[in-house]
Design a protein around this ligand. Structure first.
Ligand SMILES: [Zn+2]
Length: 131
């Protein structure tokens, strides 16, 4: 089922499956700077759920997070971060997250991660890698 918000506003959210897999695990790509509604935590989580549900909730998945263009505006979206952390605590999506690969990581992203670390399980924290 396509995301209703993206149907009305193409490019509102950024979360698509890439062609290439890593060790047979599907990889999903997000670049917040390419999403016009990067502040819409509820919509973002719903969009991610929709995409993963369309793929039958893969037993494992990798999240490639592209911080190209990630600015203080994105780093200040703690509501989005909280919604994502809640998603990552869920059985059907979060527990199946294999790893988070951050590309083009910059100071804003690192600062945000440092602030969020106390709110993450060590299991989740250990899944986050910079490429
Ligand atoms: Zn969407």
């Amino acid at each position: 089922m396509p995301c209703a918000i993206c149907v009305l506003h193409p490019g509102a959210h950024s979360f698509v499956q890439l062609e290439a897999k890593v060790d047979h695990i599907p990889v999903y790509y997000t670049c917040p700077a390419q999403a016009s509604e990067y502040w819409d935590g509820t919509g973002i989580v719903s969009h991610m759920r929709n995409v993963l549900a369309d793929h039958g909730f893969p037993p494992q998945w990798i999240w490639k997070f592209d911080a190209q263009g990630f600015t203080v505006l994105h780093a200040l979206e703690f509501g989005v971060a909280m919604d994502l952390l809640a998603l990552f605590r869920s059985e059907d999506v979060g527990q199946r997250l294999h790893s988070v690969i951050i590309v083009n990581g910059n100071g804003y992203l690192r600062a945000m991660l440092t602030l969020l670390q106390p709110l993450m399980s060590s299991a989740l924290w250990d899944k986050i890698h910079f490429e």
